[in-house]
Design a protein around this ligand. Structure first.
Ligand SMILES: [Zn+2]
Length: 324
């Protein structure tokens, strides 16, 4: 099929600070994509209006006739009901409650629309076009500012009662661990997310440990990225912090293996995109140490996401094609 004809899905992946948008054909090819920075807290109707403007602008720049767009897929963080298309609340996107995104998108774009939680969308994208292809039981773990998971059973999202399954970031990994945003102590997210890695680095510096992390930050904020750069340059404190994060992630993945027995676990999100090559083997070793003999790790695979930041975008497009 020529790239100039045929139906297309419009799609977006709305993060904490930026949005990725694009047009994807039924074969999973991204024909055009763009990103933009989200403003501070705004009303859902304004957010959708800006999204529609951006999509129309991208279509016209890419010479894509709007008539080809047959549906819209919307991926974002937040609590939502995907059936009714209502997002109850979305972190970092204003204090609004219970916004009918599915109908707002439909009105603004003139096409049927679907919404999905970001980790679930990433799982759908990776199972469609990435390392989850062919896996009946597949888990995608996002390790970034937060930590979450999308669980797929034969291509369908496992949601649990009231749709709150997959919150692996808020499982307790260390009962004596640090306070988490959720109010609990020792959650995976408080131990191995990007902010948790940065916090450990700041703690090590306050303790007076010898490390180049401060210098690398050059007066700016110490982030997980700074720690990763220091680790790559041989900084022992940075390497120790990443090794700890890998150990905690390994504990969580061993729990996933034991409880759900997926064929493939994919690792994505900002931390894995930035440091996957440093973290993957230590994570695999931690999983191997902790899984019982009945978990056949020869036939189970722990892999880095093949799609990177496009997993969520492709998963959002998949929402459109799944239902046609
Ligand atoms: Zn928590």
């Amino acid at each position: 099929m020529s790239v100039n004809v045929g139906p297309l899905a419009a799609c977006c992946d709305i993060g904490g600070t930026k949005a990725l948008i694009g047009f994807v054909d039924p074969q999973g090819r991204i024909l055009a994509r763009d990103r933009y920075l989200l403003g501070s807290a705004r009303e859902p109707r304004e957010m959708v209006a800006e999204l529609a403007d951006r999509l129309h602008g991208l279509a016209s720049r890419a010479d894509i006739a709007w008539e080809r767009i047959v549906g819209m897929g919307y991926s974002t963080a937040g609590m939502m009901d995907v059936e009714s298309g209502v997002i109850f609340a979305s972190p970092n996107q204003g204090s609004w409650r219970d916004a009918p995104f599915k109908s707002l998108l439909g009105q603004a774009l003139g096409v049927p629309s679907w919404i999905e939680m970001d980790a679930n969308a990433a799982a759908l994208g990776e199972a469609w076009q990435g390392v989850g292809v062919g896996a009946d039981y597949f888990v995608y773990v996002v390790v970034g500012t937060g930590i979450g998971a999308g669980i797929l059973v034969r291509g369908e999202v496992y949601r649990g009662w009231r749709g709150t399954a997959g919150e692996i970031g808020h499982t307790t990994i260390d009962p004596n661990g640090p306070l988490c945003n959720c109010g609990n102590y020792g959650c995976l997210e408080a131990l191995a997310s990007g902010p948790a890695i940065a916090l450990r680095a700041r703690g090590a510096i306050l303790q007076g440990r010898r490390t180049a992390i401060s210098e690398l930050a050059a007066g700016g904020e110490i982030t997980a990225e700074t720690v990763v750069r220091a680790a790559r340059e041989g900084d022992l404190v940075a390497q120790e912090i990443l090794a700890q994060a890998a150990e905690y992630l390994g504990i969580a993945l061993a729990n996933i293996m034991t409880l759900l027995s997926p064929q493939v676990i994919a690792l994505g999100g900002g931390v894995m995109h930035g440091a996957g090559d440093l973290l993957l083997e230590p994570i695999r070793r931690a999983v191997a140490r902790r899984c019982g003999s009945w978990v056949d790790l020869e036939s189970r695979r722990i892999l880095l996401s093949a799609l990177g930041e496009e997993a969520g975008l492709l998963g959002a497009a998949r929402l459109v094609w799944k239902t046609r």
